[in-house]
Every structure is written in structure tokens, then in C-alpha cells.
Write a protein that binds this ligand. Sequence first.
Ligand code: DGL
Length: 264
Amino acid sequence: MSQSQAPVGIFDSGVGGLSVLREIRQLLPNESLLYVADSGHVPYGEKSPEYIRERCVRITEHLLAQGAKALVLACNTATAAAAAELRERYPNLPIVGMEPAVKPAAAATRTGVVGVLATTGTLKSARFAALLDRFASDVRVITQPCPGLVECIEAGELQAPATRELLQSYVAPLLAEGCDTLILGCTHYPFLRPLLSALVPASVSLVDTGAAVARQLQRLLQQHDVQGVGPARPTCYWSSGEPERLRKVLPILLEDDGEVAFFN
Ligand code: DGL
């Protein structure tokens, strides 16, 4: 297979990266995609960086064995823990990571107060601290870890009363502090946009980096001269959790059907 026909490998701790896959599909319809949900090890947000790095190497090896020409870490927590190591191990592989949208949020806020919803792991990382130092010196940033929320999304419970209650408990303190811009700093959270829009005033902006990641992938594929020429093959999915569970939530999260294989 020529490199341009080779697929792009995308992964996350679970189904969150599908919010990024959706953006990639829209911008780059000629690319064939592979997706690994590490749902047997979700949530990454409460795991150690060492544990996450080990999982990321294992998943990358799997995607490379499937012929991936590029890698997207569709997970803020995995990027914070493992992007540097993966880039060192695979220097010739185009790798796109992601981080909370601090820069655009700092530019957009009118109240000067920005809220960040993300995992404990992302918020504790040195990478996030560096991001704040670099782009948020002129604004007040209030961070909110959200334990439990990822599990609601993994279950496809995007509108359930329990999901709403948990989300409300995380968002209310940020609104009380005057945040007018909320960063969705975990790839699972864009699936809660409809629920969030009902919980926050219309004047509050919600920002995430899915579309920016797709554009960065496009740039990298161009630089390496490996852009897909299409037609894209159906997406292949793997889960380290129960494949049946991913198969059930695919239509809810992505309006997609697909075969899901087990990956350990
Ligand atoms: N979706 C992931 C992120 O963007 C991590 C969620 C988790 O497993 O805790 O950070």
C-alpha cells in the first residue's frame, strides 16, 4: 500500500477521541481512519503518567502494525503524559497531540475569567502549567477536574439526569466566579455540548480543539507528502473494553455503525 493510501491511527482512553475523529472526517474525507478506544483502561485522568505512557506505546505499536502513516493522540491526558516519549520513540512518524484551548480562550474572554473543565491528570501536568504560563498571564484561569463525567459519556448517557447533575456541579462554581469562556479540555466533553448549552447562559462560549487538531493533521500530512487521495475505506475500530459496548455507542456519538474488534 502506498503511504498516501495508508490509514491515520487515532486513539483515546475511550470514546472521547471520536469527537476528534468526527472533525478529521469532516476536514479530510479522503483519509482512511483507524480508531482505538482504550476503554478497558478508562479513565486515564485518574491514572499515573507512567501507566498512561505504557498504554500509549502499546496502542501505537498496534496502529503501526495496521499500517498507520500518522498518529493522532485524541486525548489531552495522554498527550500530557506521553506525547514527548512517543515523539522520541518514533521520530519519523507524524504525531498530532492536543491540549486545552487556553490560547483561544484567553483571547476570547471579555470578563477576563476563563474556566477549564479537564481531567485531574491534565490539570496536574507540567505541560498544562507551561500552557498557562505561556498564554494566560493576562487572564484569571479557574480549573475544574471532573471525575465521573468520562464514565457517563462512555456509557452513551449524554442527557441522563445523573450526567446533568454531575455536570451542573462542575460548571456552577465556574459561572459563579464570572467565567464567560469554558474550555472543554477533555475530548469526551464535546459530546456534552447540547447538555452544557442548556446549563450555561448563551453569553458563555464553549471552546475545544477538535477542529484545530484536524487542521494540524492536514498540515503534517502535507509536509510529509502523504495526504490521502481517497476513496476512504470504512473506519476500523478496536476497544480494549467490551467491543459490544463501543458498537452500541457509535451510532449515538458518531451516527456511525462499524465493526469493533477486541484489542488488549
Ligand atoms: N478523553 C481524555 C482527555 O482528553 C481522557 C479521559 C479520561 O480517560 O480520563 O483527556
